[in-house]
Design a protein around this ligand. Structure first.
Ligand SMILES: Cc1ncc(COP(=O)(O)O)c(C=O)c1O
Length: 397
């Protein structure tokens, strides 16, 4: 059983703050600052360039990949860390398209995160006018998986509502039509149990700064099914994905397996912070995390619906169809979220009217949820959001 009291004690949570935004940026693991300091002083400081070998910096992208892989049902050696998620989306879609060279359509939905759609659009424009990004409503995806489609690119958990796609069913359906799948796990990894191997997924990508708590700007990860990884062309063919980077050959030969999805120099300092976060994740079981997450989200929904008139649930009511976040529509959602943040309850706002709350059992418990719901009820019933300073839009919402 995961000991959530212990995991909670391992995070730095500022006094007076109830943090319900770990679905956007996870909090600081207490050990991360020292871990990064030690890396900088003892490794970078003392070892200088020899740290790449002596401190094992070069092996960190796959070492961390395997630790993340355990949380998402990936086979050992099938996940590598690096770059940003947008870049990994591009890389995965480009590689997936090449596996289906006679088809020209990438299918996605309008619940996808815009950056995924932008990256796919940019890629398809470079490939030429025959290529098409087809974007449908989330509930219509299944009906559009046809033999015309090369790649199905979906984010499993909707970033606004928390609605989940059925990865297993859609992947099976895609394969039956010869479609290659790319799953974005930004709101899944560390939020819900994922079974990439069991679902027979082809490609998956995700980030490490949300539920995985790797810190702002922490690198992304990419998964390629072992049955494909020695076949795919990496598309972003950087030197560290080369079979022999230090041979400095002028021709590109992809490395073995998932190594070929590496691009350039890995962000070692940021990976040191991520490694501290993964020390906590190593103590957690995703089945326990999911059970606790459902308890927390059910509790929050029940409290808010009983005490906050005007807020309507924007997330699926059925917990089995919902990720680890809960969203409510509220006309004055932006101002209400600012008022909440001023009272120490941190969630976030997604246009046009969504108040979004993340539930992260590693450091959020029932007491936190009850207190947060009470403060929200006070703000809503007493209209405490109705102040000019809460209506000024900031750059990051
Ligand atoms: C589902 C999804 N895809 C892609 C991105 C973009 O990630 P990045 O900014 O790391 O490129 C995000 C960011 O929040 C996201 O939630």
């Amino acid at each position: 059983m995961t000991d959530f009291a212990t995991t909670k004690s391992m995070f730095h949570l500022p006094e007076g703050v109830l943090y319900l935004d770990g679905n956007s940026l996870g909090p600081l693991p207490k050990s991360a600052a020292n871990h990064v300091k030690d890396m900088m002083q003892d490794e970078w400081g003392q070892m200088l360039i020899t740290g790449w070998n002596k401190a094992g910096w070069m092996g960190m992208p796959t070492g961390l990949g395997d630790r993340i892989g355990r949380l998402i049902g990936a086979e050992a050696g099938s996940v590598v860390v690096g770059d940003t998620l947008s870049i990994k989306v591009y890389q995965a879609v480009a590689s997936a398209l090449e596996l289906n060279p006679t088809r020209r359509v990438v299918l996605s939905d309008n619940g996808n995160f815009p950056s995924d759609l932008y990256m796919a659009d940019g890629l398809l424009r470079s490939l030429g006018p025959d290529y098409e990004l087809r974007v449908v409503d989330p509930q219509d995806v299944a009906a559009h998986v046809t033999e015309e489609v090369a790649v199905l690119m979906l984010t499993e958990v909707d970033y606004r509502s928390g609605r989940m796609h059925d990865m297993r069913a859609l992947t099976e359906q895609a394969h039956a039509k010869g479609v290659v799948t790319v799953w974005d796990l930004a709101h899944s990894a560390g939020a819900i149990p994922v079974d990439l191997s069991g679902c027979n997924a082809d490609f998956a990508v995700g980030c490490t700064y949300k539920y995985l708590n790797g810190g702002p700007g922490a690198p992304a990860f990419i998964y390629v099914a072992p049955r494909l990884s020695d076949r795919v062309r990496p598309a972003l063919s950087g030197w560290l994905g080369h079979e022999a980077p230090f041979a400095f050959d002028l021709d590109y030969r992809p490395g073995t397996g998932i190594e070929r999805m590496r691009v350039g120099t890995p962000p070692v300092i940021q990976m040191a912070a991520l490694s501290a976060a993964m020390d906590i994740w190593d103590m957690a079981d995703m089945t326990d995390v999911r059970a606790k997450s459902i308890e927390l989200t059910e509790l929050f929904i029940a409290r808010v619906e009983a005490t906050c008139p005007g807020l309507t649930l924007a997330s699926p009511r059925n917990a089995a169809l919902r990720g680890s976040q809960v969203s409510f529509h509220f006309d004055e959602g932006y101002a209400a979220m600012q008022a909440l943040i001023a009272r120490g309850v941190i969630g976030d706002f997604r246009a046009p009217d969504i108040m979004r709350f993340g539930f992260t059992p590693l450091y959020v418990d029932e007491g936190d949820v009850e207190q947060a719901a009470e403060i929200l009820a006070d703000i809503i019933t007493n209209k405490l959001w109705d102040k000019p300073e809460y209506k000024i839009r900031q750059r990051v919402t």
